[in-house]
Design a protein around this ligand. Structure first.
Ligand code: F6P
Length: 241
């Protein structure tokens, strides 16, 4: 794992955006894995700015998001669908049919998971996966204890995750209890992974991840130690607190 220590959030986002731009410029039909949450919003801002200033095009890009809440449709302002449109997709030239986000209101959620996994494979897998990390070490919504062999599946969110994501909702009661997430094995099949870690809140889990000599399901992000091409980009707050 390569570690890049950016001086602040802005520099962390700029470095992550460089990875994305390089990937979409190098590949003929790039497939991006995208994350939501507070951490990557600045990356999307950089990408949108670059799209308008440098005419970087997304016409040839396919995307797969990591996760979505069960029970929230794409028009719900608290869904990850909505977040992605608002922060990124509405501001670049990516064709709608090349955007993939799990459908949290599918009538058959199990089938939705299987189908999502197949769609990723049909597109030849993910070239670059952007990840954030939960305060409990989750990646995607793969909570501690999730099997390393997991594929896209339905997960019961831990209370700490619901509390961490509460700021997107009016109250804790409104935070869904379940989500669809790419599994750990789905994430590990990506050819390159960039993990973003920002802010003092994430300092303890980053420290734990970096110092952990064991790779174990209790700390899902440790699986990344087995991946040949992972870059962790942190800001100073996450690294030095
Ligand atoms: O960036 P945040 O808001 O701290 O969230 C951490 C991670 O948890 C999630 O919300 C769950 O997938 C991710 O989207 C995010 O990368």
């Amino acid at each position: 794992m390569q570690l890049i220590r950016a001086k602040d959030y802005d520099e962390m986002c700029a470095k992550a955006a460089e990875h994305v731009i390089r990937t979409i410029k190098e590949k003929k039909a790039p497939v991006l894995g995208l994350a939501t949450g507070k951490t990557p919003t600045g990356v999307y801002r950089k990408l949108v700015m670059d799209h308008w200033q440098n005419r970087t095009s997304y016409r040839h890009v396919t995307t797969f998001n990591l996760d979505e809440y069960v029970g929230l449709g794409s028009d719900d302002p608290t869904s990850f669908h909505y977040y992605m449109r608002e922060n990124f997709f509405d501001h670049v030239d990516i064709p709608e049919q090349q955007i993939h986000i799990p459908n949290g209101i599918a009538s058959n959620l199990e089938q939705e998971c299987l189908q999502y996994e197949c769609q990723i494979e049909e597109k030849g897998g993910i070239d670059l996966q952007i990840l954030g990390i939960g305060v409990n070490g989750h990646i995607g919504f793969n909570e501690p204890g999730t099997p390393f062999y997991s594929q896209t599946h339905i997960v019961k969110l831990s209370e700490s995750t619901r509390e961490a994501n509460q700021s997107f909702f009016n109250s804790l009661e409104q935070v869904p209890k379940y989500a669809i997430t790419m599994g750990l094995s789905t994430i590990m099949k990506s050819r390159e992974i960039v993990l973003l870690v920002s802010g003092k809140r994430k300092a303890p889990i980053l420290q734990q991840l970096l110092s952990s000599e064991v790779v174990c399901e209790d700390l899902p992000a440790t699986i990344l130690k087995r991946h040949p091409h992972v870059t962790i980009i942190t800001d100073q707050d996450a690294y030095s607190s």
